[in-house]
Design a protein around this ligand. Structure first.
Ligand code: GLP
Length: 318
């Protein structure tokens, strides 16, 4: 028998054809050693790609944490220090973070804390992009009653924020058409540059920005006609009712909900009811701040002892 009719062990390889005659068996072709290695490498490569994809998805979902926490501090200073340190860590981890600034008197202590840390060289904001939540309509940047002026003077001009990274709501304009154009432009800007961390103060009735109770929570940045009561209240800073703007511009509740993370904070007993509703999950159209209950990312609510006086726990998830 010829060598080709035997297998590797020397056994005969026989087969039977259609006529019933014995014929040498055709040996199955073994894949060349090279092509086997190639298949293995390909499989390992595909496994690595799949593992990488899985890890990427895992990390993505881990980063988009959905948590809601409440922290009560003995004093407003304690609260500001803790929020301040959270912001500093945030900026160190993400130097190009997009941060939405809160308005009103609540954040003043926090801004002072951050300015102090910047002056000591413990943090830099040079690549951070800054946004605002509200403003009056029809005021120039240099008007002392504009929100632009307030945020610039209380914070932005005292740190190393770069002009090109400051995107505060435009308050300028002569008519409702101008104001609405400003709001539309801001919506386009926020769509292009979503906010990573929104700092949020709120009023005693739970208003955020110029979103008063029973406002439409689905609105993005929009123009608000100020009520007579609101104008009367604001006329204290403008000197007279005539000098008080008729319109304001504000991010809507829906815009605030689009920020990836929100830190809402309050001090003083006047905010106690709004805080209690929020951290006890009482969602109500009557209090826009309670919309945070439906936020899809990370929400942290911080208060001093007084604003948190109706909440039993010092720390809780809600
Ligand atoms: C104003 C602002 C709001 C702010 C609120 C809180 O109404 N438009 O943006 O949240 O004041 O004010 P304060 O922090 O002074 O209590």
């Amino acid at each position: 028998m010829e060598e080709k009719d035997k297998n590797q062990n020397g056994q005969e390889l026989l087969d039977v054809d259609e006529k019933g005659q014995t014929i040498p068996k055709k040996e199955e072709k073994k894949p060349a050693a090279g092509s086997e290695t190639f298949t293995h490498v390909l499989l390992i490569f595909l496994a690595c790609v799949l593992l990488g994809l899985y890890l990427k998805i895992f990390v993505f979902y881990k980063n988009v944490e959905k948590t809601k926490e409440y922290h009560k501090y003995k004093t407003a200073d304690d609260m500001n220090r803790n929020i301040g340190e959270t912001i500093i860590r945030f900026v160190k981890q993400k130097p190009k973070a997009r941060i939405g600034l809160a308005s009103g008197s609540t954040p003043e202590g926090l801004y002072k804390y951050l300015i102090n840390k910047y002056e000591k060289g413990e943090v830099s904001f040079k690549d951070v992009e800054f946004f605002s939540i509200d403003g009056f309509c029809g005021l120039s940047k240099s008007d002392k009653n504009s929100y632009h002026y307030a945020l610039t003077n209380s914070f932005l001009s005292k740190i190393d924020a770069q002009e090109k990274n400051i995107h505060l709501l435009k308050e300028e304009g002569n008519s409702i058409v101008d104001f609405e154009k400003n709001a539309e432009e801001y919506n386009a800007l926020l769509a292009e540059k979503p906010i990573d961390l929104q700092l949020l103060s709120f009023g005693e009735n739970g208003h955020i920005g110029f979103n008063e109770p029973n406002t439409d929570f689905d609105l993005l940045t929009h123009v608000v006609k100020l009520t007579d009561d609101k104008r009367k209240d604001k006329s204290k800073i403008f000197g007279s009712l005539e000098k008080t703007p008729e319109y304001a511009i504000t991010q809507g509740v829906a815009s605030v909900l689009q920020a990836k993370e929100v830190i809402a904070f309050a001090k003083g007993s006047g905010k106690a009811k709004a805080v209690n509703d929020l951290v006890n999950g009482v969602f109500t159209k009557n209090s826009p701040i309670t919309a945070l209950i439906n936020h899809n990312g990370k929400v942290t609510v911080c208060t001093d002892e007084e604003a948190g006086k109706n909440v039993k726990q010092y720390n809780k998830k809600f």
